[in-house]
Design a protein around this ligand. Sequence first.
Ligand code: OOB
Length: 533
Amino acid sequence: MIEYDRVPEDFAERYRRAGYWRGETLGGLLRDWAARDGGRIAVVDEAGSHGYAALDAWADRLAAGFRALGAGPGRPVVVQLPNVAAFAAVSVALFRAGAPPVFALPTHRRSEISYLCEASEAVAYVIPDVHHGFDHRALAGEVLASAKTVEHVIVAGDPGGEFLALGDVERAPEPIMDGPRPDDVAFFLLSGGTTGLPKLIPRTHDDYAYQLRATAEGLEFGEDGVYLAVLPVAHNAALGCPGLLGALRAGGRAVLLTSPSPDEAFPLIESQGVTLTTLMPPLVTLWLEAAEFYDVDFSRLLVQVGSARFAPETARRVTGELGARLTHWFGMAEGLLTYTRLDDPEDVVIHTQGRPLSPADEIRVVDEHDRDVPPGEIGELLTRGPYTLRGYYRVPEHNARAFTPDGFLRTGDLVRLTPRGDMVVEGRVKDVINRGGEKVAAGEVEDLLVTHPAVREAAVVAMPDAVMGERACAFVVPRGAPPALEELRSHLRGQGLADYKLPDRLELIGALPLTKVGKVDKAALRGIAAGSA
Ligand code: OOB
């Protein structure tokens, strides 16, 4: 059994009584629709389509197989799969087996994966063979050297002799007697970054089943809905807002693409009758530019945009030029979601991130002394609610700082509320670079930069970028001969860091500026980076 920081019983009781938590477990996904209409298409990926009954049976065979391999209650499995049908089968199988998947992004490399395996004490690691030219089996070989609990590497594809093929994991389904309870951890997501290393976020069956239902209802995504996933489904935004899992829960269809390229996505929007997709802001720009060269009818499509600041000028073009509908989101893997409703005025959709998903979401906007700021002023967003975590996994000291004593998460985001109650993200206090929606924790990169012999000190900050919103600038105090950017990037790559976290620019500096209390003055560095960009 996974021990985690539970929602206190009085809150849990309230969430149950209000009907938010209904005692569902995520292993139940696919079941009803398989029985009701088994031939109905559940998932389409680049290789073909899978009906509800076939996918359900596949998940059952895998659940039995994972159990046989030792995965089960308290024995997580790190899953690093791209947007393929096997992602759905493996995830539902693990939900049924009660073995929480730890969802890694396809772009994660040795540094991240080793950490995830070690922090979760995973018993297995599931990978594709080669994805976008990268051989995950070689990565798995390296990970095994440090991740001592990992007993099996399972390959969706060619296992290459050394590892297990996903097909060989399957066993004849059998009833699972000690399946998970609704308040057990269903899976782990990865935090976008607070301090230092990424943190594991436990999500329960209760909380996520509610999120899947509420987001689908809010966007009117029902059994006729077709969700197109172009962002990695391992990320909360495409996994469950309502995303892949919400589409399966609703009896709709999920169309999975491993690239957001308009060449691939646009033809599917028409041929599959896509009704909903999720994009990060830079992709919206890319799609808008490409749309001129295609003759695609976007009028059935609802575009859900979030993850990073979305410029109003671009937002306006989604409805204008593309002719699609738009919903503007704020979200975090930790839980809280806010979004603009389908009937909100255009102004609200373009300029705000809307209102919280749940009537039970509690929001506070506070100053540095945790006092509520006057209405309409900017402060840090604190939140608590029926699908927001009460503690990161196994980091009590960090949790003591990341949560208030009464259980509100300090999001690290600076927001204000409009008179109507819509939220506007104005900035952040956490040390993260938001690279077009992809989060880079500065501390994680800095810790690896200083392992280079020519780096005495390093600080990584965001610099403004027209396309990505932000990119990463590394300030380095050299030791001896100054290093070049490419040298540092290849050093970080050699340390196993994911590519999207590599600094985009290097600035050499004699000494890092300090604040009055002697901390690195990141605001000053951001100023320098922005000024000379
Ligand atoms: C989503 O989740 P994460 O966990 O990758 O990142 C969360 C952080 C937030 O704390 C905030 O700093 C930033 O991403 N963020 C935004 C934003 N939406 C998220 N910053 C500015 N404007 C926005 N609209 O990013 C995520 C998860 C589920 C749904 C949508 C996004």
